[in-house]
Design a protein around this ligand. Structure first.
Ligand code: AKB
Length: 331
């Protein structure tokens, strides 16, 4: 089964037909290339500029335009926005939850300082800004089942703190300067073509590759660690729909977004029919387990569903089917 976002998503979902020049930061991470490819199909190949601090892969280079960008270099960032007449910046660069705990200063630089730069650049040049937030924006004092859009947040990871900071700064710029700032709080994202790195939800991608290769997987979370999750094609389709929704229809700048919640045991049970011999052990990593224990278990995204028509297509079984087909095709 083909499983890139471009063929899992249908353009028929859309009613608007806008044209935008888009710059994507952190473009070689888990989300960037799928977003770029989807947007290239929609707005034109040359209108989407993928950027990253890392060396581009062959695949990234072949797919379309790429520029080197260190998001801490505000002058270069601004020059790329101006020279390419950018209408929308998708700011994906971030140090994720688990990695942030062992690289606090770097997380502050990337997750907080680069947000200050991008806010100013987008304000000055009247550019729409999209920056994803996360379930990590909630801590243990927030209700976990379900977690609504508006509640006490108080995260206790540097990643979560920086995401709350980003949400509030973006909303401040929107109110004060009229910046078109939007954010979706993502759950764990399951991707079939790209690997996540440094996150607490990464097990749900790694397990497929490890089981396909060795039939064994050691899970870094307890088997009962329930977290909200979503398949990347749903994430791409939903985010673009959100970004294309006329501003006046939206009642919030930041919305929760999710598809399904499951724990490692439920994922293993869904995988077992495809890999009857699979062996999974649970060896909780102290940092990642502590993080997972403070995050939402069930995310309430009813406002997104009501205000701009969010709906997910992939449940647990559908995701597992696509992931299994992918990893089996690689053998
Ligand atoms: C992480 O696990 O850190 C990320 C996230 C949920 O934001 N995948």
């Amino acid at each position: 089964l083909p499983c890139s976002s471009s063929n899992l998503n249908s353009k028929a979902d859309y009613t608007t037909n806008v044209q935008k020049n888009v710059l994507i930061t952190g473009g070689l991470g888990q989300l960037g290339l799928d977003f770029a490819n989807f947007l290239r199909g929609r707005y034109g190949r040359d209108n989407i500029l993928l950027t990253d601090i890392k060396q581009p892969t062959e695949e990234a280079l072949k797919s379309g335009r790429f520029e080197h960008l260190d998001v801490l270099d505000a002058r270069r960032f601004e020059a790329l926005v101006v020279e390419n007449r950018i209408d929308l910046v998708i700011h994906f660069s971030a140090i994720l939850s688990a990695l942030g705990e062992s690289n606090v200063q770097k997380a502050i630089d990337i997750n907080i300082h680069s947000v200050h730069s991008v806010l100013e650049i987008c304000r000055k040049h009247k550019v729409q800004l999209y920056c994803p937030s996360s379930i990590a924006a909630f801590g243990s004092t927030a209700p976990r089942n379900p977690t609504p859009d508006f509640t006490v947040q108080r995260p206790r990871t540097i990643y979560g703190v920086s995401k709350v900071h980003m949400e509030l700064m973006g909303e401040y710029y929107a109110e004060k300067y009229g910046l078109d700032f939007r954010s979706l709080r993502y759950p764990g994202i399951i991707s079939s073509d790209s690997m996540p790195g440094g996150g607490t939800t990464d097990y749900a991608v790694h397990i497929f590759y490890e089981i396909a290769a060795r039939n064994k997987y050691s899970c870094f979370l307890r088997e009962d660690s329930t977290l909200p999750m979503m398949f990347l094609p749903d994430c791409v389709r939903g985010t673009v729909k959100f970004l294309e929704t006329p501003r006046e229809k939206l009642k919030q700048y930041t919305y929760n977004l999710t598809a399904v919640s499951f724990n490692p045991k439920q994922l293993v049970d869904a995988m077992r029919p495809h890999f009857p011999q699979m062996e999974v052990t649970y060896e909780p990593d102290p940092v990642k387990q502590t993080i997972a224990d403070t995050w939402p278990q069930v995310f309430d995204d009813s406002n997104a569903r009501r205000d701009w028509g969010w709906n997910h297509k992939f449940g647990l079984e559908d995701m597992v089917q696509v992931m299994v087909d992918k990893v089996k095709s690689m053998k």
